[in-house]
Design a protein around this ligand. Structure first.
Ligand code: SAH
Ligand code: SF4
Ligand code: F3S
Length: 440
């Protein structure tokens, strides 16, 4: 009997690394039932998945027009599934607004993809569903690097943020599962792992129903120590730590453990202590600067990246100047900055002193313009330096791209033979976005 050809899957992934990992999980789960291959052409797909992000309003409002377009171009009988964070908080409203959607699967329910696929108009969006001990199937976009969840959910209550309402309470994944998953990835060729959690420093506070055993690490620092003992694993990255919970033991581990890449995301959100209080971030401008100074002292070569929200309700010119002052003091190597976007279910959406859009826009431009100047200086200073680069991706024109230990993107001329190798590269050209160099 001739074998049936694999089904085709079109999957669009918005949002953060956690969503990217969830997409890999869904692909793995689908393949447990029947073979799927990825396609980038809507009209050939048997299944269309949109893995959504809800952190700001814009992508959410685009979702419904996108569903309309997908529905128009899809082939007869193809299914459309809306997954991820927007699925979590809109639930069956997705199907009410877009009846062409076949199922809705929340960010904390991705293990149920095969179940919803076969139930017309299924909606699974429980945010207290415990996936912390679920053994997902194997699928990774690249064999060279592995993303591995260490916690699910978030226990914080930052007043602007919808994530706790889409991903539920924080639960840690038992270290035995984490180590098993990393070991498997390493056996498959990965030399680098990216550990994922909304607040990685919360690791170990709460485990799921099965517990984590007596030898469970007590905190993130102990988990890092355990993971760094995995043979063959050479690079460990993580995102995101929370400035409030980065204690001295953790920073010491970060600075001294040779397997931990010297790149750290320290999300500022605002430089004004008054606004930080309204955001319920739990730290002051002073605490934040002290933690960054400590990182610069312990690990002078480390890059520090950050997230900033501009135009949070009540933000005055003076508050914004405080954010500019932190940028000046820390000189972030990378900065992700956005205008505040009011989100449903969040406290700040009810705050009355919303900042007019033109003012927020002007502040954002000022912040980004200054950061661009800093970035040019940071990148120019790399000229002639030697970075250890892990080569990951072939580019056109005989070029190959990789990441330096500190996270910077580096290009060299080279062939496929460099893929998967970690080599010293001398930097010969710099730009704001990336470095060029030659292998030495
Ligand atoms: N857990 C991570 C953040 C996850 S959300 C942390 O604490 O750093 C990713 C980023 O989106 C946040 O750092 C924040 O800068 C941004 N963000 C969250 N809610 C937002 C909102 N309502 N408007 C604008 N940006 C927001
Ligand atoms: Fe959102 Fe705050 Fe949790 Fe980050 S720590 S996901 S910003 S609530
Ligand atoms: Fe990530 Fe967006 Fe959800 S940032 S956690 S996919 S709301």
């Amino acid at each position: 009997m001739p074998k049936t050809p694999p089904k085709k899957l079109y999957i669009e992934t918005l949002g953060c690394a956690m969503n990217q990992r969830d997409s890999e999980h869904m692909i793995a789960e689908l393949n447990r039932e029947e073979p799927y291959e990825l396609t980038d052409q809507i009209n050939t797909a048997d299944l269309i998945l949109i893995n959504t992000c809800s952190v700001r309003e814009k992508p959410v409002s685009k979702l419904f027009s996108e569903i309309g377009i997908f529905n128009k171009h899809k082939k007869e009988g193809a299914k459309i599934g809306v997954c991820g964070c927007t699925a979590s908080h809109l639930g069956d409203e997705v199907i009410r607004r877009a009846p062409s959607v076949d199922f809705v699967l929340g960010a904390r329910n991705v293990s149920r993809i095969n179940e919803v696929l076969h139930r017309p108009h299924a909606v699974e969006v429980e945010i207290d569903y415990d996936e912390s001990t679920y053994a997902f199937g194997e699928y990774r976009n690249t064999p060279l690097k592995a993303m591995v969840n260490i916690t699910i959910g978030c226990d914080k209550s930052c007043t602007y943020c919808i994530v706790p309402h889409t991903r539920g309470e924080e639960v840690s994944i038992p270290h035995t599962l984490i180590v098993r998953e990393i070991t498997k990835a390493v056996e498959g060729g990965a030399r680098e792992v990216m550990l994922l959690g909304q607040n990685v420093n919360g690791y170990g506070r709460r485990f799921g129903a099965g517990g984590a055993g007596e030898d469970a690490p007590r905190d993130f620092t102990e988990l890092l120590q355990i993971i760094s003992r995995i043979d063959g694993l050479e690079r460990i990255r993580f995102q995101s730590p929370h400035p409030l919970h980065m204690d001295d033991a953790f920073l010491h581990e970060f600075a001294t453990n040779p397997k931990i890449c010297k790149q750290i995301h320290v999300p500022l959100q605002s430089g004004s202590t008054r606004i930080l209080r309204a955001m319920k971030r739990g730290y002051t401008q002073e605490n934040f600067l002290e933690r960054c100074a400590k990182i610069r002292h312990l690990a002078p070569d480390a890059t520090i990246s950050t997230d900033v929200i501009v135009g949070f309700p009540g933000e005055s010119e003076e508050d914004f100047d405080a954010t500019m002052a932190v940028l000046e003091a820390v000189r972030f190597d990378q900065m992700f900055s956005f205008k505040y976007s009011p989100r449903p279910l969040t406290e700040a959406a009810e705050f009355t002193a919303q900042v007019p859009d033109e003012i927020a826009g002007a502040r954002l431009r000022r912040l980004q313009a200054r950061h661009n100047e800093i970035l040019v200086e940071v990148m120019d200073a790399q000229m002639g330096r030697v970075h250890r680069v892990y080569f990951e991706e072939l580019k056109s024109g005989g070029r190959i791209a990789g990441r330096a230990d500190d996270g910077k993107l580096v290009f060299v001329e080279g062939s496929e033979a460099l893929l998967g190798q970690i080599r010293d590269v001398e930097i010969t050209h710099t730009s704001r976005a990336a470095l060029d160099g030659r292998v030495i």
